[in-house]
Design a protein around this ligand. Structure first.
Ligand SMILES: Cc1cc2nc3c(=O)[nH]c(=O)nc-3n(C[C@H](O)[C@H](O)[C@H](O)COP(=O)(O)OP(=O)(O)OC[C@H]3O[C@@H](n4cnc5c(N)ncnc54)[C@H](O)[C@@H]3O)c2cc1C
Length: 457
């Protein structure tokens, strides 16, 4: 018989929000006050903003995968798996472990931080032929894929095949897409020197967005500067344009152009994790509607934050404004929500989350960057110093900081080796395969699972 009577805190997701929350809980609560459990499919916290640098080979995958167990106060029980449904009434979270076992995990307090997935649209061929840039596997896969296009084009004598292998399309002019296009263009630009049979003029990168401007959050001047840097490097930017159709060897733009390509990278925004849909609760554009205290109204002990939740942005002072899906907010919300969970546990009042945006940093590779810390517009080297300094200091462990710094220095001195590892070759590479979007239960299935199996107590 289980005799444990301590309150059970269950945190779902080990990203920026979830890990910050767990670390704070571990520090602020004694082991006797509560049991802390974390559900996560991976044994690391992924530092997503540096993912384009993994794809381009500036950083190794391990350097952005920060260990969950490296902490002096570490004592959380980790369930290796993904939450596939939550029954708010029964207070049970249904988890699919990494061995595909379905487990019912009861809780007293639940913190939902499963982040977001790539937002797709009903565009023919899109989910079958596009890559995303949201997981470590995707970044590593894209790197191998891009290098293999160079290898295959180099080996081919067919001009049509060469042309389609050497054109690359990135959709999404937000910071994720812009950084991805910029970093990968640098990869192919540097790599082509090692392929003397290839005409560098055949390599072409396209960055397209349906919006009229790149990264509107940067403001007009900085956005234009970023655009100039990319154009100078030969990246063709098309604004007001999206994808009409995607196929294995070509992509059709909405302006009618047909681009022969085998590489379509889709970074056109994110939507909340499908886990949120299993709750049957109110959402705002797919994100769980929560109060400024990050609580779910009418459900005691349920908290949500980060990309998965629509947390009111009180600092904006506008009615209905919600915090943008950024790591900057997710980390701070993580610490804040931990304090609110502790307050709930101790019967104290919870505090609303307020944070004024500190700005944006955009690393375009090498010495190219644009940054806007605290409203100050920076370009080039100063912007790059701020961008890398910010990310470096935000890495959670000293070991991760050392790995990243060493990688940056090594890359600056020795460049890249353009090695195609082949680890992921011949594996399915669709968006849903990387982001497990078809793993979730419907609210009815959750209820049946919880009632049928009986919760573990
Ligand atoms: C390429 C790129 C560049 C970016 N650059 C910046 C930047 O420069 N600055 C910035 O502020 N933001 C940036 N962002 C956005 C930022 O990374 C996100 O806003 C942030 O990661 C959100 O934090 P989160 O904790 O909500 O989600 P995440 O960090 O995504 O963490 C969610 C975690 O939950 C796990 N998970 C998912 N589903 C489940 C489930 N069902 N059960 C259990 N666990 C689950 C995931 O594996 C993941 O570990 C960037 C994003 C991308 C993709």
């Amino acid at each position: 018989m289980n005799t444990v009577t301590r309150p059970r805190i269950l945190v779902v997701g080990a990203g920026f929000a979830g890990v910050e929350c767990v670390r704070r809980l571990e520090r602020q609560l004694t082991a006797q006050e509560a049991d802390i459990t974390l559900v996560t499919p991976f044994a690391y916290q992924l530092y997503l903003p540096l993912l384009p640098q993994v794809a381009s080979g500036v950083l190794t995958p391990q350097s952005v995968a920060v260990s969950l167990r490296r902490s002096s106060k570490y004592r959380t029980r980790i369930i290796p798996g993904g939450a596939i449904g939550v029954d708010l009434k029964a207070k049970v979270c249904v988890v699919r472990t990494i061995t595909d076992r379905i487990v019912n995990e009861p809780y007293d307090y639940i913190v939902l931080a499963p982040g977001s997935i790539t937002r797709t649209f009903d565009i023919p061929g899109l989910t079958d032929h596009a890559f995303g840039m949201k997981t470590l596997a995707e970044a590593a896969y894209i790197r191998d894929h891009v290098i293999s296009q160079l290898d295959l084009a180099d080996a081919s004598d067919d001009p049509a095949e060469r042309a389609s292998r050497l054109q690359f399309v990135v959709v999404g002019g937000g910071y994720a897409g812009t950084e991805t296009a910029a970093c990968l263009q640098r990869l192919t630009h540097a790599a082509v020197k090692r392929y003397p049979r290839l005409d560098p003029g055949l390599i072409k990168w396209h960055l397209i967005d349906i919006a009229p401007r790149l990264m509107p959050e940067l403001g007009e001047n900085l956005g234009r500067s970023a655009q100039e840097v990319l154009r100078r490097r030969g990246i063709e930017i098309s604004l007001g344009v999206s994808i009409a159709k995607a196929g294995p060897e070509e992509v059709t733009f909405t302006d009618g152009r047909v681009i022969p390509t085998r590489t379509l990278i889709w970074t056109a925004g994110v939507v909340a994790s499908p886990l949120i849909g299993t709750l049957g609760a109110e959402t705002v554009k797919g994100r769980l509607a929560v109060t400024a205290e990050m609580c779910l109204p009418d459900h005691d002990g349920v908290f949500a934050l980060g990309d998965a939740a629509a947390v009111p942005d009180l600092a904006k002072g506008q009615d209905g404004a919600v915090c943008p899906p950024t790591a900057q907010h997710a980390m701070r919300q993580g610490r804040h929500v931990a304090d609110n969970v502790i307050a709930a546990l101790r019967g104290q009042p919870r505090r609303p989350y307020v944070h004024k945006d500190l700005g944006l940093v955009v690393d375009l590779g090498g010495t190219d960057a644009v940054s806007k810390p605290l409203g100050v517009e920076l370009r080039g080297l100063p912007a790059q110093a701020v961008a890398r300094g910010y990310h470096w200091s935000a890495l959670r462990t000293g070991v991760a900081k050392t790995r990243v710094m060493t990688n940056w220095l090594l890359n600056a001195v020795a460049g890249d080796d353009f090695v195609r590892t082949g680890f992921q070759a011949r594996k399915p590479a669709k968006l849903k395969d990387f982001e497990y979007t078809d793993a979730y239960l419907s609210p009815e299935q959750v209820r049946a699972q919880v009632e049928g199996a009986g919760a573990r107590t």
